[in-house]
Design a protein around this ligand. Structure first.
Ligand code: CA
Ligand code: CA
Ligand code: CA
Ligand code: CA
Length: 326
């Protein structure tokens, strides 16, 4: 590694001697930033994250004075440093603690990203230019990082499975396409959620593996009927992954004779993502949507079967992917 930079010395000497007519002693020292890494490799908003900056010193003599070496200037957007008293340094050069040529040293900034998306972070060693160096241009490093946040969709390049980053910072799997499409509109190339475009971020296997796995995502309440491979029983989904058992007659009364095409069959393995709670189902107006889902998800009136007065019941509109409010 050392020889990689040595060729710069004569070049710089030449420039300095030429510029100053040989009247000054050329700088024989250099600080540079080698690399910046993140732990976890794929940060998520709110997660404790370490930013690890590796730097290096070269010089004909060891550095014995702390020319600001113990501090890396760090410009950041949306990174909240937990311990602001700590400048992250592992080194403070002094006569009793010299910094030898070629030595690598580390800065660790611990904190949390407070916002998601693409970020550019800028790191600069010797930010106040206290040390005269033969290369002042290798002191800065720009690092781009894509910070994930709640609601982001992610997938791997060669795997169709799509996951969502939850409030818990974990990745949650959409177990199949109907479950996914119970939340989104549009097409894979033009995904829409709440009238806004959303994008699926392709992430590397290493970054993917860094994110903890959370619970599977269950069918959006009211959006479909479900059954499991091992049983003909039909359920509606309401609240948080709750199942309400429905007789064929109940289903037919609500959704008409062609209710069969509203039923999604889930693999038995996904049964444990749900729980049976028929007794909790409260549907005051009898439109097929529970009071809690009308209130918290669909913003419909739990006491009016047809909130938007278009002649179609709230629950029927939802299960047919129409808006019950416009
Ligand atoms: Ca430098
Ligand atoms: Ca209702
Ligand atoms: Ca209603
Ligand atoms: Ca309606």
């Amino acid at each position: 590694m050392k020889s990689k930079y040595l060729y710069l010395v004569p070049l710089f000497l030449f420039i300095v001697l030429f510029s100053f007519g040989g009247s000054v002693i050329a700088a024989d020292k250099d600080l540079l930033i080698d690399s910046v890494a993140f732990d976890p490799v794929q940060p998520v908003v709110g997660q404790t994250t370490k930013i690890i900056v590796k730097a290096r010193y070269y010089g004909t003599n060891p550095l014995t004075i702390n020319y600001g070496v113990d501090n890396v200037a760090f410009s950041h957007s949306d990174f909240w440093q937990i311990d602001s008293s700590n400048n992250g340094s592992s080194i403070k050069p002094a006569s009793y603690n010299p910094l030898y040529s070629g030595a690598e040293f580390t800065y660790v900034f611990t904190g949390r990203f407070t916002g998601g998306g693409e970020k550019m972070l800028v790191f600069k060693i010797d930010g106040y230019n206290q040390l005269a160096e033969y290369n002042e241009y290798n002191n800065i490093i720009n690092v781009n990082i894509n910070v994930l946040q709640t609601g982001d969709l992610i997938k791997l390049t060669n795997d169709p499975a799509v996951y969502m980053i939850g409030d818990d910072g974990k990745k949650h799997l959409y177990v199949n396409a109907p479950t996914f499409w119970s939340y989104y509109r549009g097409s894979w190339g033009n995904l829409i959620l709440d009238n806004k475009n959303v994008y699926i971020k392709i992430i590397s296997q290493a970054n993917f593996d860094e994110i903890d796995i959370g619970k599977n995502i269950t069918m959006k309440p009211g959006a479909k009927l479900v059954k499991f491979q091992n049983s003909p029983r039909i359920y509606s989904v309401f609240g948080s992954a709750k199942l309400r058992y429905m007789s064929d007659q109940t289903v037919a009364n609500l959704y008409g004779y062609n209710w069969g095409n509203k039923v999604i069959t889930l693999q038995n393995g996904f049964e444990s993502d749900y729980f049976l709670a028929s007794q909790d189902f409260v549907d005051s107006d009898g439109d097929g949507l529970s009071d809690e889902d009308e209130f918290s998800i669909y913003r419909t009136n739990p006491y009016n079967v047809d909130t938007d007065h278009d002649g179609h019941r709230d629950g029927v509109e939802v299960i047919n992917s129409y808006s019950p409010i416009i």
